[in-house]
Design a protein around this ligand. Structure first.
Ligand SMILES: C[S@@+](CC[C@H](N)C(=O)[O-])C[C@H]1O[C@@H](n2cnc3c(N)ncnc32)[C@H](O)[C@@H]1O
Length: 225
């Protein structure tokens, strides 16, 4: 079954995505350098994953939700692509976002602006809780992937207790934590991912989410067999 973004999800998402701009404009160069160190470290792990998984030398890699710059900017080799609904905003305000190695386009994960079977690698770092509809994004990921493929997901998750509280607030229609319309636990996230037919092949050490609450970042490699 193909999933669809509802009107309500779309409206809720627009408010959160607009709010992203202020977050990025508020970062100092020091903050951006700290982000860059994290992106470089993850890119090294992904380089290794590319070797292990035996992707072709001229692989094509995509990062969805790349913000100012992200891991794909530091992956070695291949042809590198990124999409983000705010890509033009980031390029306008940040020199770092204008990386000539990366084809960085404006677009959403729900409608990836590339043809079917185009990518060998897709990175979704700190993305799935931000989007309008993660099922639609995962449908798109499957559409653009070709074999052998490699996926990396890093997603903020909560304990069941905290998640229950957030789900109740969300169900009541309350809008809070504006940039994050979705709440996952490790279990609900993995159920969504495997429910789409992805196979989790390696779980990586949990990372801090950086959100300033009790969430942590659950990270893993997956494939679409
Ligand atoms: C918190 S930032 C994370 C950026 C980066 N991945 C990182 O970890 O530093 C979330 C990014 O996802 C983007 N985003 C939000 N909804 C999206 C969607 N539906 N499709 C693609 N990107 C989206 C936002 O514009 C923002 O740049």
């Amino acid at each position: 079954m193909k999933h669809k973004v509802s009107e309500e999800e779309s409206e809720r998402w627009k408010v959160g995505n607009e709010d992203e701009k202020g977050f990025w404009l508020g970062l100092t160069e020091e903050d951006l350098l700290a982000h860059e160190r994290g992106h470089r470290a993850l890119a090294k792990q992904i380089d290794l994953g590319i070797q292990i998984r035996g992707l072709r030398d001229d692989f094509r890699g995509l990062q969805i939700g790349c913000a100012v710059e992200d891991t794909i900017f530091f992956v070695e080799g291949g042809s590198l692509y990124a999409v983000d609904p705010l890509a033009e905003f980031y390029k306008q305000h940040f020199e770092r976002a204008r990386n000539p190695r990366v084809d960085y386009r404006e677009g959403v994960g729900e409608v990836v602006p590339h043809e079917d079977d185009f990518f060998d690698l897709v990175i979704c770092q700190n993305l799935l809780d931000h989007v309008a509809n993660y099922d639609v994004v995962l449908d798109e990921v499957k559409r653009v992937l070709r074999k052998p493929n490699l996926l990396y997901f890093g997603t903020d998750v909560y304990t069941s207790e905290s998640a229950e509280v957030r789900w109740k607030r969300q169900e009541s229609g309350e809008i809070f934590d504006i940039q994050h319309p979705h709440t996952f636990t490790v279990e609900t996230l993995e159920t969504v991912i495997t429910g789409h037919g992805f196979e989790i092949v390696e779980r990586l050490p949990t990372q801090p989410s950086g959100k300033g609450d009790d969430s942590t970042r659950h990270c893993f490699f997956a494939i679409y067999p």
